[in-house]
Design a protein around this ligand. Sequence first.
Ligand code: CTP
Ligand code: CA
Length: 224
Amino acid sequence: VARAFGQGPLAGRRVLVTSGPTHEPIDPVRYIANRSSGAQGTALGRALAELGAEVVFVTGPADVPPPPGVEVVRVRTAAEMREAVHAALPVEAAVFAAAVADWRVAEASASKIKKTGELPVLRMAENPDILAEIAGLGADRPGLVVGFAAETDEVEAHAAAKRARKGCDWILANDVSEGTGIMGGTENEVLFITEGGTERWPRMAKETVARRLAARIAEALQEG
Ligand code: CTP
Ligand code: CA
């Protein structure tokens, strides 16, 4: 059901969503990226806005256009995403759906790297963990912090450990093994992990996952 923006259970609530991949430059023409299309984060931004939330939507270079009714902040790298997330605070809830590149090239080249006959060697540096950083904030911590976990083996165990390690409230774990069609696809199949335990949600459209999660967020903010 489409609602007029500004009405609904999340009216007046400011919510942050990160979405899409990040691109980490190698030189002016090349970058390192991942297979995230931005579909799940975009569906979530839309679902939250439809419940009336004021959504700040921080997105990397996604395949899909950002949803209507949100404040769009476009970024390219993980470092830029981190800056944009901090600038968006304070928010009441934050959902980290972005597939942030774990590593960047330590020293991206200002000039195009040319073929010289010698193979280039890229030295990598680890990117900041934006979710862990925000979940670990004191006074500025959003009341509800939600992460995603992209896993391939022992999905639930890895995701539960990730929730604890990062200090987020909820984590949605998805199996991104080759053949599941989830990364870059239109459907998702998630484990919804909270302090109270794990719910296995059936495979469904990313839009449906988004609406379910948005409804849970609305419930949690109304209780809190
Ligand atoms: N995340 C983030 N900043 C990063 C890496 C991840 O904010 N630099 C967030 C993602 O948006 C997601 C969650 O952390 O909500 C988990 O991402 P994931 O890649 O599954 O976890 P990592 O901690 O990076 O662990 P690994 O990739 O080694 O499994
Ligand atoms: Ca990662």
